[in-house]
Design a binder for this molecule. Structure first.
Ligand code: KPL
Length: 299
């Protein structure tokens, strides 16, 4: 049995694509444990009616997929991991960085893996998940105990029929995704606009070059290659163009009054800067403004 911890659009996409009867749902601590029942709309128009029952016997799990928001992953695992066998591999699908390292450090003896994905999924209503765009998923080990499990976990996930590859350096993949999220998500949240509208927005145009210089310096300091700031800007703008009509996850969180992942995206970059003595004024400004936005909205 494969456990699913976190019932957002991405988790539901994987659960619907994996073989019927193999996935069970683990509620977050304190949350109700209903059977998840929804329809997955796949590109091309087909619909998959899906039911994911709640876990009844923790001993039956052979793999755990964690698809919660970044800030919820560690507390949810602190609750569930003591109930699961130490050999069960855990795959983290969180956006940004920071939560993965914290989990791998706290549970260093367990097989902890991380995935970085460009699959596009959204959930327009509680019982409908739309697989909006096919993408790629990279899977890699975070702890030593995960290295010898990587191929077996990849084979288990391959049953979903989504494109998946393994990598020896998942942190590098996560950094490249972080760059895109750092350059798109806070701006779309602050401007309340779809991704493509950034390309003409004065706030974005004013800050994108200094932001990319910060990102390039941080990546070099962390040993993630020597990217040129212009290459980072090109990457960010290409994703904004390719996902022009999308609402970013951060804009959507702000709109729905939910906590955003800013502390794991631009806020994480501020912390890396502090560690290396690199100034990050643009990341700091974006982090503060997005934090203010959510506290204002929640009042
Ligand atoms: O990953 C995304 C997100 O919204 O979090 C992007 C790539 C910006 C697409 O919307």
């Amino acid at each position: 049995m494969i456990g699913l911890l976190g019932a957002g659009a991405l988790g539901r996409l994987w659960a619907a694509r994996l073989p019927v009867g193999q996935v069970v749902y683990l509620p977050r601590p304190g949350q109700p444990a209903p059977t998840l029942a929804y329809t997955l709309e796949v590109p091309g128009g087909q619909s998959l009616r899906t039911r994911v029952p709640a876990l009844s016997t923790p001993g039956d799990l052979s793999l755990l997929l964690v698809t919660t928001k970044a800030g919820d992953a560690l507390p949810a695992l602190d609750h569930w991991l003591p109930r699961l066998a130490p050999s069960v591999p855990v795959v983290l699908f969180q956006n940004g960085l920071g939560s993965q390292q914290a989990i791998a450090e706290r549970h260093a003896d367990r097989p902890i893996l991380a995935a970085s994905t460009t699959e596009g999924a959204n959930r327009p209503t509680p019982d409908r998940v739309v697989h909006a765009g096919r993408g790629d998923t990279w899977l890699g080990a975070l702890t030593p105990a995960a290295r010898c499990r990587l191929d077996a976990v990849a084979a288990q996930l391959a049953a979903a029929g989504l494109r998946l590859e393994t990598t020896d350096d998942i942190l590098e993949r996560l950094w490249w995704k972080l760059v895109v999220n750092a350059g798109i998500n806070p701006f779309t949240a602050l401007l309340d606009c779809p991704n493509g509208a950034l390309l003409q927005a004065p706030l974005f145009l004013e800050h994108i070059d200094p932001l990319c210089r910060e990102l390039a310096a941080l990546m070099a300091a962390e040993g993630i290659g020597q990217p040129r700031p212009e290459a980072l800007r090109a990457r960010i703008e290409a994703v904004a163009r390719n996902t022009a009509a999308n609402t970013s996850s951060m804009r959507s969180d702000v709109r729905q009054g939910r906590r955003t992942e800013i502390d794991y995206i631009n806020g994480y970059l501020v912390r890396v800067g502090l560690r290396h003595g690199i100034a990050t004024p643009v990341n700091r400004m974006l982090t503060e403004k997005v934090r203010q936005l959510t506290s204002n909205r929640q009042e």
